[in-house]
Design a protein around this ligand. Structure first.
Ligand code: IMP
Length: 547
């Protein structure tokens, strides 16, 4: 087909069906004073385009001169701490407890442990993250000598695996007395007998401190299915499983501090006096980063808390927020914040903008705050409103160093809570805003904590103790099953790498530099452009995102 674009200078014009003089095209391009598309400041000029958020714009493609796998995503999350993937899970009680925090860190990101629980429970979660050793099962299912064969069979059916250690008290950190294997109980008909009647007692164990390769070697040579790890008093501390040996146990991106074997751990607290006590327990448990959790962070209380943390725990980095304006950010940076969390009203379970009339469209918020904070070397988190890989890249392009997700991760196996079947027959998990009536009532009643203690006067991100009426800023609902973060996060990472390749930048720093020097260009999307950019005109389709 002939290409005739009607350009007076003959750029790309041909009646031969081919472009004959490509170098000429590049030369002619030089005659254009500006690059195609908009620079970031023109894009975000609210007089021209209104206040934009992620769906309102696109990034123009650049030049691909490298494979996507060459794109590196190293990025700071605070002034001192960097990650290999720019992904954080939100401190919400339907998103991040220790299991999510461990897996986010293993995969190169970071999970921020929520505080809608007692300080002791939260500190225990921090401890679990810091104690976690890849490959070792740090919370094995443990039986007591009184457990019956029937119960052991039921547990095997529930968990889908056998091989349970038996300890004196039925708990971890108690003396190991045996192991019940699938073979021990499979054909045993006297279901009321205790497991001690069938368990194996000729145990092969390894001492605490054994490295993963050493432990794997013992497993291999002993031909056993499970290897209990015990301390000097014979108490069970963890377990290694042969079936895990078959799996890929390597997490090359794992978030660790230099020279440390432990995963980086972050947790959220409020800004009241009681939170100082909470922080003390978290610090003793080994916390690395504390996130001050307020929906409007520019307050006297937060400024004082930042100063307190910096003075009392110089080894812990403080992420302050949330903010959406430069002025808010300036106050928190001046108080000593090591990182900022940006977003107000953009969360998927959030009704703040509707109820409080306060907030800001997220893309604009991120750009305004992040470009300001960059002048002080303070990294920013784009928090809320992330629905897909494209939103992540746009948040990063606006200047954020990392993004934080709630709803997108709430449906994964690693989030707290059980799956259930919705009325429409789909597998879902609960997800709720921390300012939903349900979450706030649980906070007040102390239901967030296993021991039933008043959860936490300081959790109150969305209410104060003196409030007689709880005003909701969030909703509670459910999200679809997304499988495990061990598949989902690598998909997000690969998606970001491909996107940066299309933009023509090889790293997040190059993306930030390109946006700032105006070589990375943008375009505003009209309503019909948005419709065009989504699947349209199909009778039906299956939207499978990765395999
Ligand atoms: P999502 O990723 O869009 O679901 O947004 C998660 C973010 O929403 C969190 O990190 C919080 O900043 C914010 N958030 C959590 N709960 C509430 C709420 O009840 N109201 C408003 N914002 C909330």
């Amino acid at each position: 087909m002939p290409i005739v674009n009607g350009d007076a200078r003959g750029l790309l014009s041909t009646n031969q069906g081919e472009i004959r003089d490509y170098t000429k095209a590049l030369e002619v391009l030089k005659e254009y004073p500006d690059r195609d598309g908009l620079d970031v400041d023109t894009l975000l000029d609210s007089d021209k385009h209104g206040a934009l958020t992620y769906n309102d714009f696109l990034i123009l493609p650049g030049y691909i001169g490298f494979p996507a796998s060459d794109v590196t995503l190293d990025t700071p999350v605070t002034k001192r701490i960097s990650l290999k993937a720019p992904l954080l899970s939100s401190p919400m009680d339907t998103v991040t407890e220790h299991n999510m925090a461990i897996h986010m860190a293993l995969l190169g990101g970071l999970g921020v442990i929520h505080h809608n629980c007692s300080p002791e429970d939260q500190a225990e979660m921090v401890r679990k993250v810091k104690r976690y050793e890849n490959g070792f099962i740090s919370e094995p299912v443990v039986l007591s000598p009184k457990t019956t064969v029937r119960e052991a069979k039921e547990l095997k059916a529930k968990w889908g695996f056998g091989g349970f250690p038996v300890t004196e008290t039925g708990e971890l950190r108690s003396k190991l007395v045996g192991i019940v294997t699938t073979r021990d109980i499979q054909f045993h008909d006297d279901l009321n007998q205790p497991v001690t009647a069938v368990m194996s007692t000729d145990l092969v164990t390894a001492p605490a401190g054994t490295t993963l390769p050493e432990a794997n070697e013992v497993l291999r040579s002993s031909k056993k299915g499970k290897l209990p790890i015990v301390d000097s008093e014979g108490k069970l501390v963890s377990l290694l499983s042969r079936s895990d040996l078959m799996k890929n146990l390597h997490y090359p991106l794992a978030s660790k501090l230099p020279d440390s074997k432990q995963l980086i751990c972050a947790a959220a607290i409020g800004t009241r006096d009681a939170d100082k006590e909470r922080l003390k327990l978290l610090a003793e448990a080994g916390l690395d980063i504390v996130v001050l959790d307020s929906s409007q962070g520019n307050s006297l209380y937060q400024i004082e808390m930042i100063k307190y943390v910096k003075q009392t725990y110089p080894e812990i980095d403080v992420i302050a927020g949330n903010v959406v304006t430069r002025e808010q950010a300036a106050a928190l940076i001046a108080a000593g914040a090591d990182g900022l969390r940006i977003g107000m009203g953009s969360g998927s379970a959030c009704i703040t903008q509707e109820v409080m009339a306060v907030g800001r469209p997220q893309a604009l918020s991120v750009r305004r705050v992040a470009s300001f904070a960059a002048r002080f070397g303070v990294p920013c988190i784009a928090d809320g409103g992330i629905q897909n890989v494209g939103h992540i890249v746009k948040g990063l392009a606006m200047g954020a160093s990392t993004v934080m997700m709630g709803g997108l991760l709430a449906g994964t196996t690693e989030s707290p809570g059980e799956y259930f079947v919705s009325n429409e027959g789909q597998l879902v998990k609960a997800y709720r805003g921390m300012g939903s009536i349900a979450a706030m009532e649980d906070t007040k009643a102390g239901k967030g904590s296993k021991d039933g203690k008043a959860a936490n006067a300081g959790t109150a991100r969305y209410f104060s103790e003196k409030d007689r009426v709880l005003v909701a800023q969030g909703v509670s609902g459910s999200v679809l099953d997304r499988g495990s973060v061990t598949k989902f996060v690598p998909y997000l990472i690969a998606g970001i790498q491909h996107s940066l390749q299309d933009i023509g930048v090889k790293s997040l720093k190059a993306l930030h530099d390109g946006v700032n020097d105006k070589t990375v260009r943008f375009e505003v999307r009209s309503g019909s452009a948005q419709a065009e950019g989504n699947v349209h005109g199909l009778h039906s389709f299956d939207k499978k995102l990765y395999s």
